[in-house]
Design a protein around this ligand. Structure first.
Ligand SMILES: Nc1ncnc2c1ncn2[C@@H]1O[C@H](COP(=O)(O)OP(=O)(O)OP(=O)(O)O)[C@@H](O)[C@H]1O
Length: 725
């Protein structure tokens, strides 16, 4: 419900629309991946329509053979692009900008000639000092530390084609949705729906534009280019949102956390020091109301709900490193210190703030948020008791988002250490990745960087806003109450099936609907049949014919066998897709390894070769080694997604829990299994989900349509968790 409020508030000044700092507008380029050509064309056109100044055209418009959108490996481009638009509207100095554009081109030419243009380039923009900061920003980012006066740039007719001849833009499928979401004009963005088969791309000479209308069911992806080395070790800090404890978790909350856990596990496999942060956001009016509605005081309520998140994470095999609660005193200390810094920087002032406030969303409603120009935002609330008091003003509490976002930093501190911002920062800031749903992008891509810049802290490297799990087309959410119960799902199907299904079935970045029929079909086909059954059959044959012992090293067995090359290529595909957060495609690649193994088994038919004896039996024994090596590689490559299943596969291949726990991505290399190793007894690693007999009969009797809607009662053998093992 929205209500009009007028209050005396404390606001952050000039963070977005002021002179404070340059804001990154866009970044350039990565030549290796990720956007399809059609998307790029569509985005380019859209960007053109939004950014109608000559200066921005200069940057974003295709000329000759140049990339059309020299875009977007940069951060916060969507939000800041909007800022940029407003700046440009205000500037109204197109002539001068044109002049300066020419100067800039000449400068680029010069830098190119001297080999100083790097692959990654950011363009900075500030709202009031656009021109100066813009050019200086480019100079800085090109790594020329000196401050070159604009006057020293000389005119030239060079086009961007000369500047970036071989670059390709990298753009997440979801980018265009971001533009739709934040589009100041409601300009329709034309694009074809994303297709994974067109995932990899280099710009060609001509970028076609497509006119199919976009759906708004995608997400946002923003990156920046900060380095993040702590003590020389490569650290990967990733976060989920801190979930709001107005109600217990649902499948939507679980979805982000499962994805984050898989990414964390993958990064650990790469040998990085991972700090995986999750937690709960516990302040604000909505929490107080929710607690009262349940007959609890807010603190009790928060304890209870926060605990239900932890319990669910355990059930789902989520291996987080830090769990932060915003009611934790160590968090409060950091918030106050941060507030003091922003205050000391002169960015907080008192003002009346008026807007339509939505308690459910804990935000002012912003139909015209973009259209009317970005404004300072209020960082405190009057008459809200349940929150952190504003220093020196006990009538105000700190706005829940100003408070909660800082949880990403306070989480870094150790419980027994002295809590201060500097210590926290040294322990792992800036974050490598904020994983969020697209609903909270604005807070992460506009408010959060503004806050950090004001406090003089580095910005996170990447914000990825994924799509929604939907029910009947609506976002599943606590407030709407149309949620899917994750505890039930895990109890019924086990953590591997739940994790695998949502990550495989919903392309990361898009929206996705849940159906139990589809769930059962997918996990049975992929996990029980393609993977589980292959292992089972192979171990059965090995036991029968080779006393469960490998006859030769897998490297020797695979000499001259094309399957090995196929597997290596698919492993590489999985790795690239994990790195790009294309989790569904990563799963697909692993499954393709399983398919390749099954095809090999069927073609070679070792059970027949064993019957023939002699050389045939010998090569059949080698075939089994080959297939088991395939299974071993699958176990490693699938471990970020389905860790328990991977462990069970590994155990059947004769490895211990310790050996499993110390695997790295290098273990996806062919050659792990050695001759003489003894495999374990065959035992299904993933039990097929079966409809109970009565239920099956009922299902059979149903007409086709109603069958689809029927709820399956399932009988599934619950697999062991990693912890149990
Ligand atoms: N339907 C959903 N699909 C995917 N992710 C979701 C979904 N619902 C919530 N999330 C995740 O939870 C985050 C929001 O957390 P929050 O605690 O506010 O949950 P919520 O269910 O959206 O709450 P509310 O309905 O009260 O807004 C999202 O940014 C996303 O990470």
């Amino acid at each position: 419900m929205c209500q009009r409020r007028v209050g005396n508030t404390v606001s952050v000044s000039r963070l977005i629309s002021g002179t404070l700092r340059p804001v990154t507008l866009s970044g350039i380029f990565s030549s290796d991946s990720g956007i399809d050509q059609m998307m790029a064309g569509a985005v380019a056109r859209h960007v053109k329509s939004v950014f109608s100044s000559p200066l921005v055209k200069h940057l974003f418009t295709k000329k000759e053979n140049a990339p059309a959108v020299d875009f977007v490996d940069g951060m916060y481009y969507v939000a800041t692009a909007v800022v940029g638009y407003h700046v440009i509207q205000q500037e109204k100095q197109s002539k001068r900008l044109r002049e300066q554009g020419k100067l800039l081109e000449a400068r680029f030419d010069d830098l190119m000639a001297r080999g100083m243009i790097r692959e990654q380039t950011l363009v900075k923009i500030s709202t009031s000092k656009l021109k100066d900061i813009y050019y200086q920003g480019i100079v800085q980012i090109l790594n020329l530390k000196e401050d070159i006066p604009l006057q020293s740039l000389s005119p030239s007719s060079a086009s961007p084609a000369k500047l970036f001849p071989s670059m390709a833009a990298r753009l997440n499928t979801s980018f265009h949705n971001a533009l739709c979401l934040l589009n100041p004009f409601n300009t329709p963005l034309s694009t074809k729906p994303f297709s994974s088969s067109r995932h990899s791309f280099r710009f060609s000479k001509k970028l076609p534009y497509y006119s199919q209308s976009s759906s708004s069911n995608k997400s946002l992806y923003c990156t920046s280019s900060h380095e993040n080395d702590v003590d020389g070790a490569e650290t990967f800090v990733l976060t989920t949102p801190l979930y709001y404890v107005n109600a217990p978790p649902h499948m939507g909350s679980a979805y982000t956390t499962i994805a984050a856990d898989s990414i964390a596990r993958f990064q650990r496999l790469l040998g990085k020091k991972v700090i995986f942060i999750t937690g709960t956001d516990e302040h604000g009016e909505k929490i107080a109301t929710s607690a009262a509605a349940n007959g609890r005081n807010p603190a009790e309520h928060c304890d209870l709900i926060s605990q239900s998140y932890r319990t669910l994470w355990k059930e789902l095999d989520i291996a987080y490193d830090k769990f932060i609660r915003t009611t934790d005193p160590k968090h409060e200390a950091i918030v106050k210190e941060f507030y003091a810094r922003v205050f000391a920087n002169g960015d907080i002032y008192r003002a009346d703030y008026e807007g339509l406030y939505c308690v459910n969303c804990e935000e002012y409603k912003v139909q015209t948020w973009i259209k009317s120009g970005l404004r300072d935002f209020s960082i405190s609330r009057a008459l809200v008791d349940w929150g952190i008091p504003v220093p020196d003003d006990d009538k105000q509490t700190i706005y829940v988002w100003f408070d909660a976002l800082l949880g990403y930093i306070s989480a870094l501190t150790e419980d027994n250490e002295q809590q201060n911002l500097e210590t926290a920062i040294t322990l792992g800031w800036p974050a490598s990745l904020h994983l969020i749903g697209k609903d909270i992008l604005r807070f992460h891509a506009v408010y959060w960087p503004a806050m950090l810049m004001s406090a003089g802290l580095n910005l996170p490297k990447m914000v990825f806003g994924h799509g929604f799990l939907t029910k009947d087309g609506m976002k599943m959410g606590k407030s709407l109450g149309n949620t899917l119960e994750p505890f039930e799902l895990v109890q019924k199907f086990g953590p591997d099936a739940v994790r695998y299904f949502f990550l495989r079935e919903v392309e990361f970045g898009n929206d996705g609907d849940y159906s139990e029929d589809r769930f059962i079909k997918i996990v049975n086909a992929h996990l029980a049949n393609t993977i589980g059954n292959l292992l089972n059959r192979t171990l059965g044959l090995l036991k029968k014919n080779c006393e469960s012992t490998l006859v030769v090293d897998s490297t020797i067995a695979a000499e001259g066998i094309p399957l090995k090359d196929t597997v290596e290529k698919l492993v590489e595909k999985a790795r690239t897709n994990y790195e790009n957060l294309s989790l569904s495609t990563a799963c697909e690649a692993v499954l393709e390894i399983g398919n390749a193994g099954n095809s090999y088994m069927d073609q070679r038919a070792p059970w027949l070769l064993f019957k023939q004896g002699g050389d045939s039996a010998e090569s059949a024994a080698k075939d089994l080694v080959i297939i088991l090596e395939v299974m071993r590689i699958i176990a490693v490559a699938l471990s970020p997604i389905a860790p328990c299943l991977s462990l069970r596969i590994y155990s059947q291949l004769g490895y211990s829990l310790d050996q499993f726990n110390s695997i790295t991505w290098n273990d996806t290399k062919w050659g792990g299994l050695k001759g003489g190793e003894v495999m374990a007894q065959a035992n299904p690693v993933f039990a097929r989900i079966e409809l109970s007999v009565g239920e099956k009969d009922e299902e059979e009797k149903k007409p086709k349509d109603s069958k689809k809607k029927g709820k399956a009662k399932v009988k599934v053998e619950q697999p062991q968790t990693v912890a149990e093992a």
